[in-house]
Design a protein around this ligand. Structure first.
Ligand SMILES: [Zn+2]
Length: 227
């Protein structure tokens, strides 16, 4: 995967982060001629996609993701997202079951279904692997808990105590938002380099990107020193 591949795959629009990241992941897979290019991230569970985002972030950006949380006491706290832990999560099971009172099996909801924000009962029936007992509200709550336990990377939670007042704080982080922001900064960094080097040496975008990253930085320093 070259810097040009990354730049070509990145959607430079201001849309919501999750669809942009899905398009990015699909474009990278298609560009790499991956056999799984057809199996879009939208068919993955949220946890599986979060794991993919965490690995992508570690591979492409690497630096810790810091979330800012403001406590009720006014203290502003910075916390690192558990990105390594998310990247290391295991595959969720293909199916889970609940007693209704007969056993019913369900697959995990995939991203495209979650994005539709379907009503819980419709979502449960869409994920049911066979017909069975009617689902009560209690069953739906149980299924939701079973789904969460089976796909731990779906929810990225931060549990800590405020350093100023000691109150325990429970916060949830939207990983897609953080990863999209970091990748956007990285891609805009490429654009700045291209702008700089193309202007100074008359190279094309493709020519600039063919220069290894370390050498691009050295050229940029030379250009900076000359002006
Ligand atoms: Zn506090």
């Amino acid at each position: 995967m070259t810097d040009a591949d990354l730049l070509n795959a990145w959607p430079f629009d201001a849309g919501p982060p999750l669809p942009r990241l899905l398009r990015f992941v699909d474009a990278l897979a298609a560009g790499a001629g991956s056999a799984t290019a057809k199996s879009s991230g939208t068919m993955e569970s949220l946890g599986t996609f979060n794991r993919r985002l965490a690995r992508l972030h570690l591979q492409l950006v690497g630096r810790p993701l810091e979330a800012k949380v403001v406590c009720a006491c006014g203290e502003e706290l910075e916390l690192a997202l558990p990105i390594e832990a998310v990247a290391a999560t295991a595959d969720p099971p293909a199916t889970v079951g609940i007693d209704t009172p007969n056993r019913r099996s369900f697959r995990l909801p995939c991203l495209s279904e979650i994005a539709l924000a379907r009503e819980p009962r419709a979502l449960a029936e869409a994920c049911a692997l066979e017909e069975g007992d009617a689902l009560s509200d209690e069953h739906l709550a149980t299924l939701d808990a079973v789904w969460s336990a089976a796909d731990p990377a779906a929810e990225i939670t931060l549990d800590f105590a405020c350093t100023a007042c000691g109150v325990p704080i429970h916060a949830q982080a939207d990983l897609a938002l953080f990863v999209a922001r970091e990748l956007d900064m990285k891609m805009r960094g490429f654009l700045a380099e291209i702008h700089n080097l193309a202007g100074a040496y008359g190279w094309s975008e493709a020519e600039v990107l063919m220069v290894p990253a370390a050498r691009r930085r050295l050229y940029a320093a030379l250009i900076g020193g000359r002006s």
